[in-house]
Design a protein around this ligand. Structure first.
Ligand SMILES: Cc1ncc(COP(=O)(O)O)c(C=O)c1O
Length: 371
């Protein structure tokens, strides 16, 4: 199969292929938004909020302008701020930490395990002090984190459990969709996510009515009644065009997620090269494979080898959060989170999107097995 005729490169993500499929429907939806001039908030956002809450099996969903805003508002709604600490994984996209820092609190980075690459629950307890107000569990690469263990720690210490589900719309933990396990869950609908808007967008789910109402206020200049501002608020509303595109795409998400699961399954069974390590999938976690991350000892060599064969892997992420320059004032050192550091130096993301053909996936597998 190594000799298939590739007409184009196999990208890590080729979003245009998905967009092309739904273009007609999305453009029709855009026209409706345009005709109603419902560009900021409005009925298209409300429709999406209802559908997304239903999808996540939560009472409420609130649309905002990004996943980063969702995390920021989650911290504010929980009353987290200056002097507080929030535990998060060192191995995540940096925005998990931004949400904490914007609130005035300090992120406390904890290493991941060496197999699931999710936050190492056994390293959390030693980090908890009276300043700790929450743990953010990240469903990284689309795989639910160890929710029960994290919630148990939170309950013991009477702190909040928050989900960063930015990469995991539709992932299941013990058969239940993520988004309903935390006091609050935060989603990103960045265009490249499994459910991505045509534009920037994010969302928050919760079963708590007080939080829900508070999010409405916070995202809308701290105002429930126009021009009356009850608290310091933000302009973090979801746009109508983004909501309209999400309304169309949400219908397709289950099928797209299932196709990603099929592709992942093909990789997991097909790749037998001992130089390659894949993320451990646990029985209770049903990933939606936002990313398909592998590790290998010589990443640069493998990257060149794949590029020469028209395969373009991604890299998520080259620097773990605790060693980012933006957090140098927290004085973490190399060696503080060794598993996360190993990953950042050795990880690569294989092509993963629903439109990949079996032939393309098998080509990637064969090329990797020949490496
Ligand atoms: C784990 C994680 N958290 C938060 C975010 C932030 O989302 P956004 O890019 O919509 O602000 C992202 C998305 O990039 C993410 O992957």
């Amino acid at each position: 199969m190594n000799d298939i005729q590739l007409h184009e490169k196999i990208l890590c993500l080729d979003l245009k292929k998905q967009l092309q499929q739904v273009k007609g429907e999305v453009f029709e939806a855009f026209e409706k938004v345009y005709d109603k001039a419902a560009f900021s908030g409005g009925s298209f956002v409300e429709d999406f909020e209802k559908s997304f809450a239903n999808f996540c099996q939560t009472k409420y969903a609130v649309g905002v302008n990004s996943g980063t805003s969702a995390l920021h508002l989650a911290m504010l709604a929980l009353g987290i701020g200056q002097g507080d600490e929030v535990i998060i994984p060192a191995n995540t996209f940096i925005a998990t930490a931004w949400g904490v820092s914007y609130s005035g609190a300090t992120p406390l980075f904890v290493d991941c395990t060496d197999d699931t690459w999710q936050i190492d629950v056994n390293r959390i307890k030693e980090k908890i002090t009276e300043k700790t107000k929450a743990i953010i569990g990240v469903h990284l690469y689309g795989q639910p984190c160890d929710i029960d263990s994290l919630k148990e720690i939170c309950e013991q210490h009477k702190i909040h459990f928050v989900e960063d589900a930015a990469q995991a719309q539709g992932a299941l933990y013990k058969g239940i969709p993520v988004g309903s396990f935390g006091s609050i869950a935060c989603f990103s609908f960045y265009p490249g996510k499994n459910l991505g808007a045509c534009g920037e967008a994010g969302g928050i789910t919760t079963n708590n009515e007080l939080f829900y109402k508070h999010f409405f206020n916070l995202r809308n200049h701290g105002s429930m009644v126009r021009y009356y501002h009850d608290e310091l608020g933000f302009n973090m509303r979801m746009g109508g065009l983004e909501a309209a595109s999400l309304n169309v795409k949400l219908k397709y998400l289950p099928a797209w997620n299932n196709r990603r699961r099929e592709i992942a399954n093909r990789y997991q069974h097909g790749i037998i090269n001992s130089k390659i390590k894949m993320q451990l999938q646990l029985a209770w976690s049903d990933s939606i494979y936002h990313l398909f991350v592998i590790t290998t000892e010589d990443r640069d060599e493998l990257t060149s080898y794949l590029n020469e064969r028209k395969i373009c892997p991604g890299l998520h992420y080259p620097v773990p959060c605790h060693l980012q320059k933006a957090y140098s004032h927290l004085q973490y050192q190399v060696g503080d989170c060794p598993n996360s550091e190993y990953l950042s130096n050795h990880c690569l993301s294989l092509p993963m999107y629903a439109e990949l053909t079996d032939e393309e996936v098998d080509y990637v597998i064969d090329v990797i097995n020949d490496y």
